[in-house]
Design a protein around this ligand. Structure first.
Ligand code: FES
Length: 353
């Protein structure tokens, strides 16, 4: 092995590339270093200190997410000192808000802080509370902000600024009064926020949750079903979180192109229509100016017969209008049907112009 590019982690000699952090080398080699603030694809901030490791020769523990791997570096990821530091960090976070509310928190079961507290046997709020309290922000259309649960990891800020590039939120105030603020410390609804919900998806605790989070099943109680967003032709990959045959949450699939976990406001929050009682569930046939319900067989037979009659009588009299709200594959089938069955090139698409 090229000795210039070797780092030793937990006794294993591992090759690294220029610019790779200790955390990245460890992850690539299936060595588990816990993280909290780290957000894949964004610039590491080293805000939470959960990922600290011992580096031989260094005076202090180092945040593995920010420190680049270096030749001959010797790293230990789970020593008693590392464990003690992580436990203290977690206890400080637990002190910073209402984290004893796990029983009634919408994020319970899907909370990174809860997982870490269990893993490191953190004892709950062991330090003195600063007393700074901000009221919950409930006025936004899609997002509930519970500042008492915020651990100031900054993942929401990175998701907003680095990933979505909306630049709607940032850290505000100083010291114990620090909070995540939108422009002028206004509610999100009065700021530059576009409610893409990227911040909700990356929040590792219950500080940012969907507006109706207290009325619907927790995400941890649902089953993810991977699908393609039907709102436009981009083809974003998403997980529908389903319980009792109903969609309760939508998240982006981080491991899939083209969106790599990101969604827009429609994809993430606009799924009520699926269970709407105003949805058509049976075909309607118009007779004498009035719609009447019909069976699928009757509706399809009628459609097939009329299309055959019309395109048989007048070449190119029929046309097919497709939609950006269906997949590329469905659009392909629609144009194929037009050209091969109806024998027309009259095919158009609502997103063409
Ligand atoms: Fe490294 Fe937070 S994950 S400092």
């Amino acid at each position: 092995m090229d000795k210039e590019k070797i780092i030793v982690i937990d006794g294993r000699e591992l090759r690294f590339s220029d610019g790779e952090t200790i955390l990245e080398v460890a992850k690539r080699n299936h060595i588990d270093i816990p993280t909290l603030c780290h957000l894949k694809g964004a610039t590491p901030t080293g805000a939470c200190r959960v990922c600290v490791v011992e580096v031989e020769g260094a005076r202090n523990l180092m945040a593995s997410c920010t420190v680049p791997a270096a030749p001959n570096m010797v790293v230990r990821t789970e020593t008693p000192e590392v464990i003690r530091s992580r436990r203290m960090t977690i206890e400080l976070m637990l002190t910073s808000g209402n984290h004893e509310d796990c029983l009634v928190c919408p994020a319970s079961g899907d909370c990174r802080l809860q997982e870490l507290a269990f893993r490191y046997k953190a004892k709950g709020a062991t330090f003195q509370d600063t007393g700074v309290k901000y009221p919950m922000e409930t006025v936004n259309p899609f997002i509930l902000r519970d500042f008492s649960k915020c651990v100031l990891c900054g993942r929401c800020v990175q998701a907003c600024n680095d990933v979505q590039v909306n630049e709607a939120i940032d850290f505000g105030y100083r010291g114990a009064a620090t909070k995540i603020v939108a422009k002028g410390d206004l509610p999100l609804k009065d700021s530059d926020c576009v409610f893409c919900g990227e911040c909700v998806q990356v929040c590792p605790v219950g500080a940012l949750v969907p507006k109706n989070a207290f009325k619907i099943p927790r995400i941890s109680e649902t089953t993810p079903v991977k699908t393609t967003c039907s709102y436009c032709g981009v083809g974003c990959q998403m997980n529908l979180h389903v319980k009792n045959n109903r969609i309760w949450h939508v998240t982006g699939c981080e491991e899939s192109a083209p969106n790599h976990g990101s969604l827009c406001v429609k994809g993430r929050f606009g799924f009520d229509f699926v269970a709407s009682d105003r949805r058509l569930t049976r075909p309607l046939i118009k007779e004498n100016g009035e719609f009447r319900e019909a069976s699928w067989d009757e509706a399809l037979d009628l459609t097939a017969r009329r299309l055959k009659e019309i395109s048989g009588e007048h070449a190119d009299a029929a046309g097919v209008l497709t939609s950006a709200r269906i997949t590329n594959e469905e659009n392909y089938i629609a144009q194929k049907f037009a050209r091969a069955v109806l024998k027309t090139n009259n095919v158009d698409h609502c997103a063409r112009l």
